[in-house]
Design a protein around this ligand. Structure first.
Ligand SMILES: [Mg+2]
Length: 309
Protein backbone atom coordinates (compact mmCIF):
# COMPACT_ATOMS: atom_id res chain seq x y z
CA UNK A 1 0.00 0.00 0.00
CA UNK A 2 1.53 3.35 -1.02
CA UNK A 3 0.81 6.76 0.50
CA UNK A 4 -1.88 7.61 -2.05
CA UNK A 5 -3.75 4.33 -1.55
CA UNK A 6 -3.51 4.84 2.19
CA UNK A 7 -5.09 8.30 1.96
CA UNK A 8 -7.78 7.06 -0.45
CA UNK A 9 -8.61 4.06 1.74
CA UNK A 10 -8.60 5.67 5.15
CA UNK A 11 -8.68 9.44 4.97
CA UNK A 12 -10.89 10.57 2.11
CA UNK A 13 -14.41 11.05 3.41
CA UNK A 14 -17.30 12.99 2.08
CA UNK A 15 -17.15 16.69 3.04
CA UNK A 16 -20.15 17.76 5.12
CA UNK A 17 -19.57 21.53 5.13
CA UNK A 18 -20.52 23.65 2.12
CA UNK A 19 -17.96 26.28 3.10
CA UNK A 20 -15.25 23.82 2.04
CA UNK A 21 -14.68 24.16 -1.72
CA UNK A 22 -11.87 21.65 -1.96
CA UNK A 23 -10.86 18.94 0.52
CA UNK A 24 -8.42 16.02 0.30
CA UNK A 25 -6.85 15.38 -3.12
CA UNK A 26 -5.24 18.56 -4.49
CA UNK A 27 -2.08 20.40 -3.49
CA UNK A 28 -4.01 22.35 -0.88
CA UNK A 29 -7.55 22.70 0.42
CA UNK A 30 -9.88 25.67 0.04
CA UNK A 31 -12.50 26.93 2.39
CA UNK A 32 -14.58 30.05 2.37
CA UNK A 33 -14.70 32.36 5.34
CA UNK A 34 -17.92 34.25 5.88
CA UNK A 35 -17.58 38.02 5.40
CA UNK A 36 -16.44 39.74 8.59
CA UNK A 37 -14.76 36.60 9.95
CA UNK A 38 -11.15 35.74 10.77
CA UNK A 39 -9.34 32.42 10.40
CA UNK A 40 -8.46 30.82 13.76
CA UNK A 41 -5.84 28.10 13.64
CA UNK A 42 -4.05 25.90 16.15
CA UNK A 43 -1.75 22.84 16.07
CA UNK A 44 -1.17 20.06 18.57
CA UNK A 45 0.99 16.93 18.34
CA UNK A 46 0.56 13.63 20.16
CA UNK A 47 3.70 11.46 20.42
CA UNK A 48 3.73 7.81 21.45
CA UNK A 49 5.33 7.37 24.86
CA UNK A 50 4.88 11.07 25.69
CA UNK A 51 1.17 11.79 25.20
CA UNK A 52 -0.17 8.25 25.05
CA UNK A 53 0.98 4.76 25.94
CA UNK A 54 2.48 2.30 23.44
CA UNK A 55 -0.59 0.07 23.81
CA UNK A 56 -3.23 2.87 23.68
CA UNK A 57 -6.15 2.08 21.41
CA UNK A 58 -6.00 3.74 17.97
CA UNK A 59 -9.63 4.85 18.48
CA UNK A 60 -8.71 6.72 21.68
CA UNK A 61 -5.62 8.26 20.06
CA UNK A 62 -7.64 9.55 17.08
CA UNK A 63 -10.36 10.98 19.33
CA UNK A 64 -7.88 12.71 21.63
CA UNK A 65 -5.77 14.14 18.79
CA UNK A 66 -8.91 15.83 17.52
CA UNK A 67 -10.30 16.83 20.94
CA UNK A 68 -7.15 18.57 22.20
CA UNK A 69 -7.06 20.71 19.07
CA UNK A 70 -10.75 21.51 19.36
CA UNK A 71 -10.16 22.53 22.95
CA UNK A 72 -7.77 25.27 21.76
CA UNK A 73 -10.34 26.54 19.27
CA UNK A 74 -12.96 26.51 22.05
CA UNK A 75 -10.67 28.57 24.28
CA UNK A 76 -10.63 31.31 21.62
CA UNK A 77 -14.44 31.33 21.48
CA UNK A 78 -14.28 30.28 17.82
CA UNK A 79 -16.17 27.76 15.70
CA UNK A 80 -14.06 24.82 14.45
CA UNK A 81 -14.38 24.08 10.72
CA UNK A 82 -11.74 21.81 9.25
CA UNK A 83 -8.32 20.31 9.90
CA UNK A 84 -5.26 18.72 8.37
CA UNK A 85 -3.68 15.55 9.70
CA UNK A 86 0.01 14.73 9.62
CA UNK A 87 0.45 11.08 10.47
CA UNK A 88 3.83 9.46 11.07
CA UNK A 89 3.61 5.67 11.26
CA UNK A 90 6.35 3.13 12.05
CA UNK A 91 4.72 0.75 9.53
CA UNK A 92 1.45 0.27 7.69
CA UNK A 93 -0.78 -1.76 9.98
CA UNK A 94 -4.20 -2.06 8.34
CA UNK A 95 -6.03 -3.00 11.54
CA UNK A 96 -4.57 -0.02 13.38
CA UNK A 97 -5.40 2.30 10.47
CA UNK A 98 -8.96 0.98 10.20
CA UNK A 99 -9.67 1.63 13.86
CA UNK A 100 -7.90 5.01 13.84
CA UNK A 101 -9.65 6.19 10.70
CA UNK A 102 -13.09 5.03 11.82
CA UNK A 103 -12.73 6.82 15.17
CA UNK A 104 -11.40 9.99 13.54
CA UNK A 105 -14.28 9.99 11.06
CA UNK A 106 -16.87 9.43 13.81
CA UNK A 107 -15.33 12.09 16.05
CA UNK A 108 -15.19 14.54 13.15
CA UNK A 109 -18.92 14.06 12.55
CA UNK A 110 -19.59 14.43 16.29
CA UNK A 111 -17.83 17.81 16.43
CA UNK A 112 -18.88 18.89 12.94
CA UNK A 113 -15.39 19.32 11.47
CA UNK A 114 -13.93 18.02 8.20
CA UNK A 115 -10.55 16.56 7.33
CA UNK A 116 -9.28 18.52 4.31
CA UNK A 117 -5.71 17.33 3.83
CA UNK A 118 -2.46 16.25 5.42
CA UNK A 119 0.62 14.17 5.06
CA UNK A 120 1.83 10.67 5.90
CA UNK A 121 5.43 9.65 6.61
CA UNK A 122 7.33 6.73 8.12
CA UNK A 123 8.82 7.11 11.62
CA UNK A 124 7.94 6.83 15.31
CA UNK A 125 4.16 7.06 15.84
CA UNK A 126 3.20 10.71 15.92
CA UNK A 127 -0.10 12.45 15.16
CA UNK A 128 -0.25 16.16 14.39
CA UNK A 129 -3.53 17.91 13.72
CA UNK A 130 -3.84 21.52 12.61
CA UNK A 131 -7.32 22.76 13.28
CA UNK A 132 -8.89 25.71 11.50
CA UNK A 133 -11.94 27.62 12.57
CA UNK A 134 -13.55 30.99 12.18
CA UNK A 135 -14.74 33.82 14.36
CA UNK A 136 -16.17 37.29 13.84
CA UNK A 137 -13.35 39.84 13.50
CA UNK A 138 -12.30 41.37 16.87
CA UNK A 139 -14.28 38.91 18.99
CA UNK A 140 -11.79 36.13 19.95
CA UNK A 141 -11.21 35.69 23.70
CA UNK A 142 -7.50 36.28 24.30
CA UNK A 143 -5.30 35.37 27.25
CA UNK A 144 -4.43 39.04 27.59
CA UNK A 145 -7.89 40.39 28.43
CA UNK A 146 -8.17 39.75 32.21
CA UNK A 147 -9.01 42.84 34.28
CA UNK A 148 -8.79 43.72 37.98
CA UNK A 149 -11.68 42.20 39.96
CA UNK A 150 -12.65 39.76 37.20
CA UNK A 151 -14.07 36.52 38.56
CA UNK A 152 -12.00 33.44 37.64
CA UNK A 153 -13.96 30.39 36.53
CA UNK A 154 -13.17 26.86 35.51
CA UNK A 155 -15.40 24.31 33.74
CA UNK A 156 -15.96 20.67 34.69
CA UNK A 157 -13.75 18.94 37.25
CA UNK A 158 -9.97 19.10 37.50
CA UNK A 159 -7.44 16.38 38.21
CA UNK A 160 -9.34 13.25 37.18
CA UNK A 161 -7.26 12.65 34.04
CA UNK A 162 -4.08 13.08 36.08
CA UNK A 163 -5.37 10.64 38.70
CA UNK A 164 -6.09 8.12 35.95
CA UNK A 165 -2.57 8.49 34.58
CA UNK A 166 -1.11 8.11 38.05
CA UNK A 167 -3.09 4.91 38.65
CA UNK A 168 -1.97 3.43 35.31
CA UNK A 169 1.65 4.26 36.07
CA UNK A 170 1.33 2.66 39.49
CA UNK A 171 -0.31 -0.47 38.06
CA UNK A 172 -3.71 0.29 39.68
CA UNK A 173 -6.82 -0.18 37.52
CA UNK A 174 -8.61 3.15 36.93
CA UNK A 175 -12.43 3.40 36.82
CA UNK A 176 -14.19 3.83 33.48
CA UNK A 177 -14.99 7.45 34.38
CA UNK A 178 -11.31 8.12 35.05
CA UNK A 179 -10.32 6.48 31.75
CA UNK A 180 -12.88 8.60 29.90
CA UNK A 181 -11.45 11.77 31.43
CA UNK A 182 -7.96 10.83 30.23
CA UNK A 183 -8.80 9.36 26.84
CA UNK A 184 -11.99 11.15 25.84
CA UNK A 185 -11.85 14.78 27.03
CA UNK A 186 -14.83 16.83 25.84
CA UNK A 187 -13.81 20.07 24.12
CA UNK A 188 -16.02 22.90 25.44
CA UNK A 189 -16.86 24.27 22.01
CA UNK A 190 -20.41 25.43 22.63
CA UNK A 191 -19.54 27.13 25.90
CA UNK A 192 -16.41 28.74 24.43
CA UNK A 193 -18.40 30.19 21.59
CA UNK A 194 -21.07 31.53 23.97
CA UNK A 195 -18.37 33.04 26.21
CA UNK A 196 -17.01 35.32 23.50
CA UNK A 197 -19.51 37.96 24.57
CA UNK A 198 -19.01 37.38 28.31
CA UNK A 199 -15.41 36.41 29.08
CA UNK A 200 -12.52 38.87 29.17
CA UNK A 201 -9.83 36.16 28.90
CA UNK A 202 -9.73 32.41 28.42
CA UNK A 203 -7.35 29.47 28.13
CA UNK A 204 -7.87 25.73 27.96
CA UNK A 205 -6.36 23.82 30.88
CA UNK A 206 -4.01 21.33 29.24
CA UNK A 207 -0.82 21.57 31.33
CA UNK A 208 -2.41 22.12 34.76
CA UNK A 209 -4.57 24.94 36.16
CA UNK A 210 -1.75 26.69 37.99
CA UNK A 211 0.43 26.94 34.89
CA UNK A 212 -2.37 27.75 32.45
CA UNK A 213 -3.92 30.42 34.69
CA UNK A 214 -0.41 31.86 35.05
CA UNK A 215 -0.35 32.29 31.25
CA UNK A 216 -3.48 34.45 31.51
CA UNK A 217 -1.93 36.46 34.36
CA UNK A 218 1.32 37.02 32.49
CA UNK A 219 -0.38 37.98 29.22
CA UNK A 220 -2.78 40.29 31.06
CA UNK A 221 -0.11 41.72 33.41
CA UNK A 222 -2.30 40.75 36.37
CA UNK A 223 -2.26 38.63 39.53
CA UNK A 224 -4.89 36.46 41.19
CA UNK A 225 -6.04 34.77 44.35
CA UNK A 226 -7.68 31.36 43.97
CA UNK A 227 -9.15 29.35 46.83
CA UNK A 228 -7.96 25.76 47.00
CA UNK A 229 -11.23 24.57 48.57
CA UNK A 230 -13.19 25.89 45.59
CA UNK A 231 -11.39 23.87 42.93
CA UNK A 232 -13.96 21.58 41.29
CA UNK A 233 -13.04 17.92 41.81
CA UNK A 234 -14.96 14.67 41.50
CA UNK A 235 -15.30 11.98 44.19
CA UNK A 236 -12.25 9.97 43.15
CA UNK A 237 -9.93 13.00 43.29
CA UNK A 238 -11.64 14.09 46.54
CA UNK A 239 -10.85 10.74 48.12
CA UNK A 240 -7.23 10.93 47.00
CA UNK A 241 -6.86 14.43 48.51
CA UNK A 242 -8.51 13.42 51.79
CA UNK A 243 -6.01 10.62 52.09
CA UNK A 244 -2.86 12.45 50.97
CA UNK A 245 -3.63 16.18 51.50
CA UNK A 246 -1.96 16.55 48.10
CA UNK A 247 -3.76 19.00 45.79
CA UNK A 248 -1.28 18.65 42.95
CA UNK A 249 -3.68 16.67 40.74
CA UNK A 250 -6.28 19.45 40.27
CA UNK A 251 -3.70 22.23 40.59
CA UNK A 252 -1.06 21.00 38.23
CA UNK A 253 -2.03 17.57 36.91
CA UNK A 254 -2.79 18.52 33.33
CA UNK A 255 -4.76 16.79 30.57
CA UNK A 256 -8.04 18.27 31.87
CA UNK A 257 -9.02 20.13 28.67
CA UNK A 258 -11.43 22.29 30.62
CA UNK A 259 -11.70 26.06 30.10
CA UNK A 260 -10.35 28.58 32.59
CA UNK A 261 -11.74 32.05 31.95
CA UNK A 262 -12.22 35.42 33.60
CA UNK A 263 -15.23 37.70 33.41
CA UNK A 264 -16.59 40.88 34.91
CA UNK A 265 -18.74 40.53 38.07
CA UNK A 266 -21.69 41.90 36.06
CA UNK A 267 -21.61 38.75 33.86
CA UNK A 268 -21.99 36.36 36.81
CA UNK A 269 -25.71 35.64 36.37
CA UNK A 270 -25.41 35.16 32.62
CA UNK A 271 -22.51 32.75 33.07
CA UNK A 272 -24.44 30.66 35.60
CA UNK A 273 -27.46 30.61 33.28
CA UNK A 274 -25.25 29.46 30.42
CA UNK A 275 -23.83 26.72 32.63
CA UNK A 276 -27.36 25.46 33.34
CA UNK A 277 -28.48 25.68 29.71
CA UNK A 278 -25.47 23.77 28.39
CA UNK A 279 -25.37 21.42 31.41
CA UNK A 280 -21.68 22.18 31.95
CA UNK A 281 -20.44 22.71 35.48
CA UNK A 282 -18.85 26.15 35.85
CA UNK A 283 -17.16 27.04 39.15
CA UNK A 284 -15.88 30.39 40.35
CA UNK A 285 -12.49 29.71 41.91
CA UNK A 286 -11.01 33.15 42.54
CA UNK A 287 -10.52 36.78 41.60
CA UNK A 288 -8.07 38.73 39.44
CA UNK A 289 -6.01 41.51 41.04
CA UNK A 290 -3.12 43.73 40.00
CA UNK A 291 -0.44 42.00 42.14
CA UNK A 292 1.16 40.06 39.22
CA UNK A 293 1.35 37.04 41.54
CA UNK A 294 -0.77 33.92 41.78
CA UNK A 295 -1.73 33.20 45.39
CA UNK A 296 -3.34 29.83 46.16
CA UNK A 297 -5.32 30.47 49.31
CA UNK A 298 -5.43 27.53 51.75
CA UNK A 299 -2.54 25.61 50.23
CA UNK A 300 1.13 25.58 51.15
CA UNK A 301 2.18 22.39 49.38
CA UNK A 302 4.26 21.88 46.29
CA UNK A 303 2.95 22.12 42.75
CA UNK A 304 4.66 21.11 39.55
CA UNK A 305 2.72 21.67 36.35
CA UNK A 306 3.58 19.75 33.21
CA UNK A 307 6.76 20.92 31.54
CA UNK A 308 7.19 20.22 27.84
CA UNK A 309 11.01 20.15 28.12
MG1 LIG B 1 -4.29 25.56 24.77
Amino acid sequence: MNEFDLIQSYFNWQITDQAIDLGVGDDAALFNLEPGHQLVTSTDTLVEGVHFFKDSSPADIAYKALAVNLSDIAAMGAVAKCYTLSLTLPKINQNWLKEFSSSLKGSSRLFNVNLVGGDTTRGPLNITISMMGSIEIDSPILRSGARVEDDIYVTGDLGTAALCLKKIEEGVKPSQNELNKLNRPIPRLELGSALKKLANSCIDVSDGLEQDLSHILKSSDMGAVIEIQKLPIDDSVGKYINKTHDWSLPLSGGDDYELCFTADISSRDKIMKLSQELKIKVTKIGVINSSKKLVIDGYDGQTSSYQHF
